[in-house]
Design a protein around this ligand. Structure first.
Ligand code: GLY
Ligand code: MN
Ligand code: MN
Length: 441
């Protein structure tokens, strides 16, 4: 067991903060995730809906959170599954109605199976319904039906809601700024993922299969308490590294090639997201070294910029400039740097963005723009910085010696009050460090 936790008080204050941002007579309704069948009657490993989890810490399927203010007090109602000794014998313990109140902090708890029937009562005299619009068609329909049903009863003096509002932007803005407890969790997820990447780097030898490195990662994640990966691990040797979300991981790792690993553990639903690129045989050749050092320079230059007030797009602009200058210096791009940037010539070799917010989701929530303007960084936002260069075989006008090299370097970074903290420190990153680390393994 890990001793990192988010306290009941923190969940409570998140719920209050949601209600403080909407009208007194509004109601918030957010469903939990359901289990999904993988094959026959066996399910995928359960993953809670991130918004629901953020407001409850409750990790069971088939539940609904209802929040409303009653006489200015927060009323938290949780619909959940009942205790069921027969089912619990097979599938594990449930909180049930009693646990929902005692352990999850609900003021009232009801059976999930009664949600639809109780819904009209919950909506009565509420003017707006806030819910995650469009995430589940069936849920949208249930709410709309209940609302229109109530609207037909206005002659009896019942006030029915008239507006459906999206709760997502409110919760997502809150999720964008991480609390101390969340940061501690993400630091730990980062430390475990760093160890996993180091383990894969140590184990790597020519003629191994990509999935063998995936296994090394998985072992460390599981051993250190990350019960899941934050996303399917990417282990791509040679040309596979040029496929951005390659997860097949079935090919042989060949002597003389680079391997790109993009993998992160998920700890209590918090993601980490790291990419390392290193030579399968432990030694870079001169083309690999030149491109690797260019990507590393772009990454480190961009990370060093991070502080409150930095505009989101300045990270990408910096990366693009460093990469374009480097590609010109290496003769891979030809022309004037400013013109090449204007024309987007780098996109042939660097086709993604500088990174993304990170949190309960790998590509975490929160707006990147405020109105027409790119957002300014604030303390306790967490983002990835992940430039790359991908030169696929057959790249026209590019000397063959550069082909089949795919490189990405990615770290997770927290904005501090004055600068930044790398949440994934301690990886061998320079060419010399990687070669020394692999030689010593
Ligand atoms: N691993 C997905 C990403 O880096 O965005
Ligand atoms: Mn990644
Ligand atoms: Mn990423």
């Amino acid at each position: 067991m890990n001793d990192l936790t988010i306290s009941a008080t923190e969940y409570q204050s998140r719920r209050r903060l949601v209600l403080d941002q909407i009208a007194e007579d509004a109601v918030v309704i957010i469903p939990a995730a359901s289990e999904r069948i993988r094959t026959g009657d066996s399910t995928f490993s359960f993953r809670q809906n991130s918004d629901f989890y953020y407001l409850t810490g409750f990790d069971e399927p088939d539940a609904v959170l209802v929040l409303a203010k009653v006489h200015q007090q927060v009323r938290f109602i949780l619909f959940t599954r009942p205790r069921d000794p027969a089912r619990e014998l097979w599938d594990g313990k449930r909180e049930g109605l009693e646990g929902a109140v005692k352990h999850i902090g609900a003021d009232e708890a009801y059976l999930f199976s009664e949600f639809k029937e109780r819904l009209p009562t919950l909506l009565e005299n509420r003017r707006q319904i806030y819910f995650p619009i469009g995430q589940c068609a069936h849920f949208d329909e249930t709410l709309i039906q209940a609302m229109t049903g109530l609207q037909r009863m206005v002659r009896r003096g019942i006030q029915a809601p008239q507006q459906l509002c999206n709760i997502a932007p409110i919760v997502h803005e809150m999720r964008l700024i991480k609390s101390e407890a969340e940061i501690a969790m993400m630091r730990q997820a980062g430390a475990i993922s760093v160890e996993a990447h180091k383990q894969a780097m140590k184990a790597c030898k020519p003629n191994m299969y990509e999935y063998e490195l995936e296994a090394e990662l998985a072992y460390v994640f599981a051993k250190r308490g990350c019960r899941h990966v934050a996303y399917s691990s990417i282990v791509g040797g040679g040309c596979n590294a040029c496929i951005l979300h390659y997860i097949t991981n079935q090919d042989k790792l060949k002597d003389g090639e680079l391997v790109l690993i993009d993998a992160g553990g998920e700890l209590y639903n918090y993601a980490s997201d790291i990419t390392t690129t290193f030579p399968v045989n432990g030694r870079f050749n001169s083309e690999q070294k030149a491109l690797y050092e260019l990507v590393l320079s772009a990454q480190q230059t961009a990370v060093k910029l991070i502080k409150p007030g930095l505009r989101w797009d300045e990270i990408q602009q910096t990366i693009v400039r460093v990469l374009t200058e480097g590609l010109v210096a290496l003769g891979i791009l030809k022309g004037h740097v400013d013109t090449l940037i204007e024309e987007g010539s780098y996109r042939r070799f660097y086709m993604h963005l500088s990174g993304h917010w990170l949190g309960l989701d790998t590509h975490d929530v929160g707006a990147y723009k405020e109105g027409d303007n790119w957002r300014l960084l604030q303390a306790n936002m967490v983002l990835t910085v992940e430039p790359g260069l991908y030169i696929a075989a057959g790249s026209e006008g590019v000397d063959k010696k550069w082909w089949d090299i795919g490189i990405r370097i990615e770290d997770d970074v927290r904005v501090t009050s004055e600068g930044y903290e790398v949440l994934t420190p301690g990886l061998p990153r320079t060419v010399a460090d990687i070669e020394a680390f692999m030689a010593a393994s």
